[in-house]
Design a protein around this ligand. Structure first.
Ligand code: ADP
Ligand code: MG
Length: 418
């Protein structure tokens, strides 16, 4: 994938004497100490990262960590004190005013925290607002806004007023307003920050669904780590203007870069960060035509397994449990028992991207879960213990085994509802 946006050694100092602050920074002084000494505020310090085309890149950090400052620089609203911001290779930080206007008109659009719909205008007019600001002629605005409303599933509400729509639908109008200008890069600064948790969850799912069709480059700002982990293909964590860690959700949760990140990670829902793939192991398989129940029993005894998969050539045909195979093999005396006679075909399956929280139920049944692709090929296996081990990875030490077990059982009961 192409690099759509590159941030290179960017600093932003607020105040009239930035060099003084920069010098202190180079000497290792803290943001707080520099403010005390000089009155200059460090907005962003030494930030570098790449955003790939089609990626959701999340910038996450507490209030005051520099997220909005970063976004305003990406957008060319404010200029960095030093460093480069390259969009398709053009440096927003140093290009001409005309070039910047062109980039802001054609490449990059901001979706604001409060979508601020106009109550007396129709949904269509609201969706067209960004186009008006960008100077698109009236005749084109209508069609483009309508297309954006179609993308977010609100075309039939075009002539309604905002008050006729639910909160979640109003958010989608805000999204349509951003999409109407058909930007290559969408900047979203805490767009769901003011929503109640249920609508927020809905909007997160909506954004992911939309993105799987649109494949825009999205820079998404949030102070909520769970939101970051859910949405981000890549996540940058900021503290005091500095990027302290960049990685995938799994990178960050498995290997927090420092105590600051570790503190965030401590209370996230691991079942929603890790996927089937992350706990997969290599399955043991038998061949339907050539192996017998007895072969399967010996294999399971050798490898200390409760079950093995049965393959029909390249295709997954079924699962044989130790119990069924051993009983049939014993009862048959000297005759071979065919695998077809002892295998079950309603074994649990999943795809590689399924969240572990959705596998609690199947895992607690004690059977392995087959990871399959669309062609019913067996890609790997999730052993039930692996699910619970990954979910409770950092709780084991903190709590008694009884508490951890109780928690695992609770997770099982709630598994379907999550
Ligand atoms: P966030 O969006 O992560 O909450 P901001 O980017 O808004 O953080 O702020 C980062 C730091 O820069 C904060 O210390 C803030 O007070 C400071 N800051 C932001 N904008 C300005 C400004 N225009 N003038 C002075 N300081 C600012
Ligand atoms: Mg902010």
């Amino acid at each position: 994938m192409n690099i759509k946006l590159r941030v290179e050694k960017v600093f932003k100092i607020f105040g009239s004497r930035p060099n003084e602050a920069l010098n202190l920074l180079k000497r290792g002084e803290s943001k707080e100490a520099i403010f005390q000494a000089t009155g200059q505020t460090i907005g962003v310090q030494d930030a570098s990262f790449d955003v790939l085309e089609g990626q959701i890149f999340v910038i996450m950090g507490l209030s005051g960590s520099g997220k909005s400052t970063m976004v305003r620089m990406l957008n060319g609203l404010i200029r960095p004190t030093s460093g480069k911001i390259l969009i398709d290779g053009d440096d927003v930080a140093s290009c001409s005013a005309a070039k910047l206007r062109d980039i802001r008109r054609n490449k990059i659009t901001m979706v604001f925290q409060h979508f601020a719909l106009f109550p007396h205008r129709t949904i269509l007019e609201n969706a067209a607002f960004g186009l008006k600001v960008k100077g698109v002629p009236q005749s084109e605005r209508q069609a483009q806004a309508m297309a954006a409303l179609e993308q977010v599933g609100l075309a039939s509400w075009a002539n309604s007023k905002p008050a006729d729509l639910s909160g979640g639908m109003q958010q989608r109008v805000g999204l349509a307003r951003g999409l109407a200008t058909n930007p290559e890069i969408l900047l979203m600064d805490e767009p769901f920050g003011a929503l109640d948790p249920l609508i927020r969850r809905e909007m997160q799912d909506e954004l992911l669904a939309l993105q799987s069709a649109l494949k825009k480059t999205i820079i998404f700002i949030t102070h909520d780590l769970n939101e970051a982990l859910l949405l981000g293909d890549k996540i940058a964590i900021m503290k005091d203007g500095r990027v302290v860690q960049i990685g995938t959700a799994q990178d960050i949760v498995s290997n927090p870069a420092d105590d600051y990140v570790a503190a965030f990670v401590a209370d996230i829902d691991r079942g929603r960060v890790f996927t089937a793939e992350t706990v997969a192991s290599v399955p043991s398989v038998m061949q339907l035509d050539t192996d017998t129940a007895g072969d399967a029993v010996r294999r399971m005894e050798d490898e200390n397994l409760n079950a093995v998969y049965v393959m029909d050539g390249e295709d997954l045909a079924g699962l044989v449990t130790y119990q069924l195979a051993a009983v049939a093999d014993r009862d048959s005396g000297d005759d071979d028992v065919k695998l077809a006679d002892v295998m079950v075909t309603d074994y649990p399956t999943t795809d590689r991207d399924t969240q572990l929280s959705a596998l609690y139920g199947a895992a607690s049944a004690g059977l392995p879960i087959a990871i399959t692709d669309d062609d019913n090929r067996l890609l790997g296996v999730v052993e039930p213990e692996a699910v619970f081990a990954q979910i409770s990875a950092d709780q084991v030490e903190a709590e008694t085994p009884e508490a951890a077990q109780a928690e695992a059982q609770m997770g099982t009961q709630e598994g379907g509802a999550r």
